[in-house]
Design a binder for this molecule. Structure first.
Ligand SMILES: [Zn+2]
Length: 365
């Protein structure tokens, strides 16, 4: 509880230490719910080729060859290793790391071939590569959302009001994501250059960093505390502008890539601020963004205990960008929510963390 600042009204993740008995009950409840939700969320067709009732592939968001670069005996640490507590798994095997089941085996092998070839990312990515990365990120996002919506359906009347409110937002997001997926599939499926995506940052580091990451995040605030996405604005005409962020270890190197839709206008100031930073400062800012905005980072077990115990890194890992809690507890005061959020998420105001993208923390080969 030590990191919870009441004044900020932020609902951070806390380290929950549940007694063994509660833990057993929780795991049973969770596993039954997940099973039922999965059944309810299962698609009828492959999301790429449209084949009906195919055998769905256990697809990886982050290519397995990237994960193998940093895994120890096939295992990786999850965000829960930083957050602490005993409720969530702190380790995951490569086979189950950030997977989703929404496409058939043939599409899983063929559609992503270009970007899943280790050499590809070591050159500045083409629109086709970015389309494939965006498609993977969206498929995973849609899969997660459908599973959560499935849980709500299974819970029925027992679904808490707060969860129902979150799911109302989720269903709007999923509709936007499904549209974005069609664009990503079109661009990712064609060698013809397209200007659908713009690169905001691309760098190949000549070493392997101790974590892997690949996800869309919706930045709330830039370096100076100006709003990028007002995540509380639920006017259907207001579209979120996500940023695709990748840290992918590949062949003894690490590819760091940030890109967004070329139509996204809200990243202009952010991109300018990022370009003005020295190399190490830009990399540290990207570390902060990843740990602050996402729970889906995979960390190498080679990383020392002292880094895993770093108070600032833990603080970022616990920050919960889902401000719906705040929004809700203030009975819809969205203006207050975004003001608190842009201060909290201003990149310059986030605490300094160990720069896990610097050579200092690289894994020995
Ligand atoms: Zn297919």
């Amino acid at each position: 509880m030590e990191d919870q600042d009441e004044a900020s009204f932020r609902q951070d993740f806390n380290a929950i230490h549940a007694p063994e008995e509660t833990l057993i009950r929780y795991r049973k409840f969770r596993s039954d719910l997940d099973k039922a939700a999965k059944k309810s969320a299962k698609p009828d067709t492959c999301c790429i080729c449209g084949k009906e009732n195919p055998k769905f592939c256990n697809s990886h968001t982050i290519p397995q060859y990237c994960l193998r670069e940093i895994a120890v005996e096939g295992k990786l640490l999850t965000n829960a290793a930083l957050v602490g507590g005993n409720l969530l798994d702190t380790e995951v095997g490569i086979a189950q790391a950030l997977t989703f089941k929404r496409i058939c085996r043939k599409c899983d092998t063929e559609f992503f071939k270009l970007y899943e070839t280790p050499e590809t990312l070591l050159q500045e990515p083409s629109s086709q590569v970015m389309g494939q990365i965006a498609a993977k990120n969206l498929l995973r996002e849609i899969s997660k959302a459908k599973q959560e919506l499935g849980s709500q359906k299974v819970l029925g009347d027992k679904s808490p009001a707060m969860y129902d409110a979150m799911m109302d937002v989720r269903s709007i997001d999923v509709a936007e994501d499904e549209k974005a997926l069609q664009t990503a599939l079109r661009v990712g499926g064609s060698a013809k250059p397209s200007n659908v995506y713009s690169i905001l940052y691309y760098k190949v580091l000549p070493y392997v960093v101790p974590f892997a990451f690949q996800q869309r995040v919706c930045l709330i605030s830039d370096f100076e505390g100006s709003v990028i996405n007002n995540v509380y604005n639920r006017n259907p005409k207001y579209k979120m502008e996500p940023l695709d962020v990748c840290v992918l270890p590949s062949k003894g190197n690490t590819v760091v890539l940030l890109f967004a839709s070329s139509r996204a206008k809200r990243y202009r100031a952010f991109a300018r601020q990022l370009r003005l930073l020295a190399d190490d400062e830009a990399l540290e800012a990207i570390v902060k963004i990843i740990f602050t905005y996402s729970e889906d980072v995979l960390i190498s077990k080679h990383l020392s205990e002292s880094v895993l115990e770093d108070a600032s890194l833990k603080q970022l890992a616990r920050m919960n960008s889902c401000y719906i809690m705040l929004f809700h507890s203030l009975k819809g005061d969205a203006a207050n929510a975004i003001h608190a959020a842009i201060d909290d998420y201003s990149i310059s105001a986030l605490p300094d963390v160990p720069n896990l993208l610097s050579e200092q923390y690289s894994l020995e080969r």
